[in-house]
Design a protein around this ligand. Sequence first.
Ligand code: GUN
Ligand code: ZN
Length: 432
Amino acid sequence: MTLKAYRGEILSVSLDPLPRPDAIRHDPDGLLVVEDGIIVARGAYADLADRYQSILVESLAGLIVPGFVDAHVHYPQMDRIAAHGEQLLDWLERHIFPAEQAFADRAHAREVADLFLDELLRNGTTSALVFPTVHAHSVDALFNAALARNMRIASGKVLMDLGPDGLRDTVEAARDDSEALIRCWRNRGRLSYAVTPRFALTSSDAQLRLAGELLAAHPDMLLHTHLAENVQECAAVIDRFPDAYHYLDAYDRFGLVGARSVFAHAIHMCGRSCARMAQAGAGIAICPSSNLFLGSGFFDFAQADTHGIRLGLGTDIGAGTSFSMLFTAGLAYQAALARGTALDPFRALYLATAGSAALLHIGDRVGSLLPGQEADFVVLDSGATPLLARRTAGASLADRLFALQILGDDRAVARTYVMGECAWDRTSGGTP
Ligand code: GUN
Ligand code: ZN
């Protein structure tokens, strides 16, 4: 048994603070006590110090927040960030499909998976829902790399039988590969499996039906896909599924809309699809940097909130332009404002932590720094740059948090802890 304690300023937002402002928990001088990677106590240092007198206390300078949870990201696309010139459908053809074709090579998949997870940790992200490629071994590469780092990662082979050459599977191969991967990876480490049809346009009806069958056979799996991201994409979906009431309905007909479904983007949504999404308990991974980069549009917070849809935040690398969930939260503020909503910084922190964790159904394990949860946390440095230091000097907590979101990025992540162990230290450029 190992017992450790960390002293510092601790902040978490365990529920959406829009309806539940009491979910914001701030310990200006707090203590986090961790036993074998699990938080056993959290509170004011003055209240807990006596009880934990005998254990070594490490003081952490900075703001301790839960490890970030990236609710939508593509690991094979990290080498194609910043590909110039196109909106979604042309960008996929010109830049992304070639990058994913390279994952036919297992060694390449292993190399990128390692780089990707290290980049997550450097940015304070300890959990993620990740798109790999159509290749089963791209899942093995990611899950093996996650096991080695003890990270909480969800992923699953991409299903795409209408994809381009070199990235196409078949209904039968998709079934066999998915079943084999689920058998292999179920209940290992901190991993979970997500049935992952790329989007409605790259799977036949038969394959979308298969995805529904996989979910029905394995009700503990997530469903992860894209929805209503781009205007041309939406038009093509309505052409392809003339009987569907709306884009979400094209998925719904195959049993893909439920409480464990995570849809990335959902920018171009009608009221009826929002109502269905809320009724099903499905969630949206909002990806503002991607939406801006591909010219897709701005997420409508007011519309989603009117319907009470569950929300999280994703980088969507490589359409997204940064691994940093701080930077992504800052862009969420700007995207929300473009549609008339001023996103509160505590709500943005919630979306980047407990909100995304709830979408991934790991909210009982991570995201809130509550006793019983796994000790994944980040130490943020509001003095990381001269500008940040000047802007946050003497600022209130809300103002400091907002400045970190607007001005901060990986430079503001001093340390990242996974299950109570330091997995990234900015000073040493690795583990301490
Ligand atoms: N829709 C289908 N595939 C993708 C993808 O790889 N990235 C984004 N942003 N949208 C998609
Ligand atoms: Zn995506």
